[in-house]
Design a protein around this ligand. Structure first.
Ligand SMILES: *Cc1c(COP(=O)(O)O)cnc(C)c1O
Length: 374
């Protein structure tokens, strides 16, 4: 993060030394016709789903003089039931935890398992928010590198774990911004390596894009039964198409959840949020109906880009990382000038496009042909 104009204004405020002059981070929110930059589901909820959510919110509103259910057991049961259908793994209610987006889930995890004197470890390129969660919780941040093809180099992973003895390892699978998923053997190897960490180590597999994984790619949910230090995090923001509701969740051993219950702010999940999430989960089939189409569109996009000679990372997500461009900013800007917003992220030379509707992907392809002369 670069020092900005805030630095001089903050000089006389007791802002934490490690925060002085930092600018808030976030993807550009620009008003253009084709938004393919933050991996949202392009399909809005149907009028039927909207009506049910509105009804549930009205019911919740009638009780807004009272604090909400602090343990939100009904929502946790609904999430457990959803996961059973989605993954075939049947978590108990006490294994499920939820928060305002998986961003807050990560914060809870680092508040409970990170903190001063502790280390969080990940492997780049990966989600750009992880170092910020570490910073905000005063957790030391150590980041290794993934291999050229964005897989984990297991010898290097073991070396980092041995050297730094992290209390938290964060792995996104499918990874953002690369789209690549971790094979089962890699997850198991990381879990085995962390068994040796003297103070114990929690391994967080961030499956924000889990529902988009290709056939044959396992979910880390399948390893939970044998690994009490494994945490699998999910979100309603992506496949579920509910980014605006801010609901993330995780599954782990009940002892992990108990530690999170200590650090969460009281009543962190509002009655309105709980109502919206439960109403939406009652329509899981319908909301997830677009996932198959988005996966097919993703595979077609990968194929199309490769046919034009570009390098494309394998994707198990609803976005594709492609390149490499000598001047990626010029390509990004050229697309934006044509009304298509994608993301300038990942290693130098690469760009990331989220999968939109067929019409949006046509606009993306047409613009890219013009800009990059494919
Ligand atoms: C989008 C994303 C999330 C989801 O964040 P929410 O706070 O649930 O919206 C989590 N992890 C990764 C890697 C993501 O890309």
């Amino acid at each position: 993060m670069t020092p900005g104009p805030a630095a001089s204004a903050q000089r006389r405020l007791p802002v934490r030394d490690d925060l002085v002059g930092l600018e808030p981070y976030g993807a550009p929110q620009l008003d253009v016709p084709v938004l393919l930059n933050v991996n949202e589901n392009p399909y809005a909820p149907s009028e039927q789903v909207v009506a049910d959510i509105a009804g549930a919110v009205a019911d919740a509103a009638r009780g807004l003089n009272r604090y909400p259910d602090r343990e939100f057991l009904a929502l946790r049961a609904d999430l457990a039931a959803y996961l059973a259908v989605e993954s075939g793994v049947h978590p108990a209610v006490e294994q499920v935890w939820a928060a305002n987006g998986s961003n807050e889930i990560m914060l809870h995890l680092l508040q409970a398992f990170g903190g001063p004197g502790r280390t969080a470890l990940s492997f780049a390129p990966t989600y750009s928010m992880y170092p910020e969660y570490a910073r905000d919780t005063s957790t030391r941040w150590v980041v290794g590198r993934r291999a050229e093809d964005f897989t984990l180099d297991l010898a290097d992973v073991r070396a980092h774990i041995d050297e730094h003895a992290p209390s938290v390892v964060l792995l996104a699978s499918p990874n953002n911004p690369t789209g690549t998923a971790l094979p089962a053997a890699e997850v198991e190897a990381v879990l085995a390596a962390t068994d040796e960490v003297p103070g114990g180590c929690v391994v967080v597999v961030d499956e924000a894009y889990g529902e988009f994984r290709r056939a044959g790619t396992p979910s880390a949910l399948e390893f939970l039964a044998d690994h009490p230090n494994l945490v699998v995090s999910r979100t309603m923001s992506k496949a579920f198409g509910l980014a605006g509701a801010r609901v993330g969740y995780l599954v782990a051993d009940p002892a992990v959840v108990d530690a999170l219950r200590v650090v969460r702010l009281p009543y962190h999940l509002s009655a309105v949020t709980q109502a919206v999430a439960r109403a939406a989960l009652a329509h899981a089939d319908e909301l997830m109906a677009q996932v198959g189409g988005l996966r097919a569109e993703r595979d077609a996009t990968v194929g199309w880009l490769r046919d034009r000679g570009l390098t494309v990372a394998d994707s198990d997500a609803n976005f594709v990382l492609f390149g490499r461009f000598a001047d990626r900013h010029a390509v990004w800007q050229g697309l934006l000038d044509r009304g298509v917003l994608i993301r300038e992220t990942g290693p130098e030379g690469w760009l990331r496009v989220s999968i939109g509707t067929p019409e949006e992907m046509t606009a993306f392809r047409d613009a890219l042909v013009e800009v990059a002369g494919l």
